[in-house]
Structures are given as structure tokens and as C-alpha cells.
Ligand binder design. Structure first.
Ligand code: AMP
Ligand code: MN
Ligand code: MN
Ligand code: MN
Length: 288
């Protein structure tokens, strides 16, 4: 009898290299997040807050006595061909100048953007959203769409945070404003210049044509990017197989993470992501 060939080896190590704390748009403090990771059996963890490294020290300190291998991370917002792409940096030294100054620049005008978002929502008849969103932002300088989404849910405009994004806060809908983030080139340069590896986050989420996706991966590689997030909670199994193939062809290291934002707000629980498809080279083995 011919045995079925398994597509994935059982996970030897529980790894989660993408999640958010109250420093950006997560619901848990860095310390609480690390404790939850431990309770869920995570052995290797990266905190990847949007555009901010302020939670890394607290998370790293919390991880140490628990025996979790902690990796410094960040998720940088970038613009590429009219779309917003997220680039995860892993293994960065947050005290290095390129990442410190670069992120300060990206964060700088989030509040101005939030003010414009509030004006747009007010035009649609929803008042008080800036104050409302700020009440959910642990770090006002990092105010973003998730905080507005929580306000909209609390005020009965949608059932949950994910449903908000069908009617609000996306291009063409109330609350959306165009914004200039980092360039892809700068984001990669800041990460690599601070000792880290740059990874394209959730590549299946950008609604890119086949050609554009190939061009993105080629450009990213030529800029010094070395990783692809093959497994993430927003990918289907088919997408994981597809991106495992791209990782192989482009010789990218593979990453995986839940993109956890907090209890009740995420597709999967912290640490509960599928193993990498066989043949992928895990990025955590290449990180110091
Ligand atoms: P911002 O950086 O302010 O543009 O906010 C981006 C964040 O909004 C993402 O990191 C997610 O946390 C959240 N977000 C965007 N689109 C969706 C969606 N369709 N469902 C749930 N959350 C979303
Ligand atoms: Mn987020
Ligand atoms: Mn993202
Ligand atoms: Mn994320």
C-alpha cells in the first residue's frame, strides 16, 4: 500500500513571529501577551507592533524567566504602487539609529491622519470618533484604524472589529484617508541597517495580480529583503502552499505568525498557527 505523503511535519517547536500589544493596536500589554504565549506553549516569540519598538524591552524581560526565546520585531507600514504593504522586521536592535529614526518618521503623522479620519466619519454622520478612538489607544502616537474600529463597534455601527472593515475605514468608505507611509526601500533599509531581517507580512492580503506579486518579490529581494510570511492567520491552506513555493523559488526564508491582536479580535489564538509546509527554511533558525 502506498502511504499518503504528509505535506507538513509535525511542529517540533511552537513558534509565533507576528503579534501586537497595546504599544500599537493589540489589546494586551507586552507582559500579558508574553504570559499568554507561554500559557499557549509558545517557545519562540516575536512581538511585532506597528511602527513602534517600545514594547520590546518589557516583552523580552517577561520572556526570559519563562524560558521563551524572544525575538525583537516590528511591522512597518509602507506604500508600494498605491497599496499599503506591511513589512515585518525580525531580529532588529531597536537602539540602532536607522530603525529608531525611521519609525519616528512613520509614526509622526498618525495623529494628523486620525484627525482626517474623524472628519470623514463625521461627514457620514458619526461624530466624536477621534476622542472615541483615542480611548482605545494605549499609545496615542500610534492611533490607527483598529482603535476607530473598536469605537465604531462600541457605538453599534458594526458587530465586531472585522465587520467594521467591510463598511468603514477602507478605500472608498467613510473614515478612509490616503496616507503616506514609508517606502518599501526605506523600510527594508532600516530593518537591515539595524541588524534585522525584512519579511513581507501576510503576502496573500494585498490583492495583487500574479505579475505584480512576482515583481514585488523580485524588488523586495533586490532591496535586501530575505523573508516571506508563508503561514499567517489570514492565509488559506492553499495560499500557504502557494507562498511556500514562492519562498523556495526566490530563496526566501519562511516566517509564520498569528497576527494576534487580542482575545475576541483575532482569527486564531496566539501561537496557534499551522506549521510551515515541508521544504520551507524557517527564518527563526537563521536569526541569532
Ligand atoms: P492602520 O495601520 O492604522 O492602517 O491599521 C491597520 C490595522 O487595521 C491592521 O494592522 C489590522 O489590525 C486592522 N485591519 C485592517 N484591515 C482589517 C480587516 N479587514 N479586518 C480586521 N482588521 C483589519
Ligand atoms: Mn493591527
Ligand atoms: Mn499587517
Ligand atoms: Mn500585524
Amino acid at each position: 500500500m502506498i502511504e499518503a505523503v504528509p505535506t507538513r511535519s509535525p511542529p517540533m517547536t511552537s513558534v509565533d513571529l507576528h503579534c501586537h500589544s497595546t504599544i500599537s493596536d493589540g489589546l494586551l500589554t507586552p507582559q500579558t501577551l508574553v504570559q499568554r504565549a507561554f500559557d499557549n506553549g509558545v517557545q519562540i516569540l516575536a512581538l511585532t507592533d506597528h511602527d513602534d519598538c517600545d514594547g520590546l524591552e518589557e516583552a523580552g524581560q517577561a520572556a526570559q524567566p519563562l524560558g521563551i526565546r524572544f525575538i525583537n520585531g516590528v511591522e512597518i507600514s509602507t506604500n508600494w504602487r498605491g497599496k499599503t504593504l506591511h513589512i515585518v522586521g525580525l531580529g532588529i536592535d531597536p537602539s540602532e539609529q536607522p530603525i529608531r529614526e525611521g519609525l519616528a518618521q512613520v509614526r509622526g503623522n498618525r495623529m494628523a491622519r486620525a484627525e482626517k479620519m474623524a472628519v470623514s466619519l463625521a461627514k457620514a454622520g458619526i461624530g466624536g470618533s477621534l476622542e472615541g478612538a483615542l480611548a482605545y489607544a494605549g499609545n496615542p502616537g500610534l492611533i490607527g484604524r483598529t482603535h476607530f474600529a473598536r469605537f465604531l463597534v462600541a457605538n453599534g455601527h458594526a458587530r465586531d472589529v472585522q465587520s467594521v472593515f467591510r463598511r468603514f475605514l477602507v478605500r472608498g468608505k467613510p473614515g478612509y484617508v490616503e496616507h503616506e507611509w514609508a517606502s518599501l526601500e526605506n523600510a527594508v533599509a532600516w530593518i537591515v541597517g539595524s541588524g534585522g531581517r525584512a519579511v513581507i507580512a501576510h503576502p496573500g492580503r494585498y490583492d495583487l495580480s500574479k505579475t505584480a506579486l512576482l515583481e514585488l518579490m523580485r524588488e523586495f529581494k533586490s532591496l535586501g529583503g530575505t523573508g516571506l510570511e508563508v503561514v499567517t492567520s489570514s492565509h488559506t491552506i492553499e495560499q500557504e502552499i502557494l507562498f511556500a513555493g514562492h519562498a523556495k523559488n526566490f530563496e526566501f526564508l519562511s516566517s509564520k505568525g498569528s497576527d494576534y491582536h487580542g482575545p475576541g479580535e483575532s482569527r486564531v489564538e496566539l501561537g496557534r498557527v499551522r506549521p510551515l509546509p515541508d521544504g520551507c527554511i524557517p527564518i527563526w533558525e537563521a536569526l541569532q
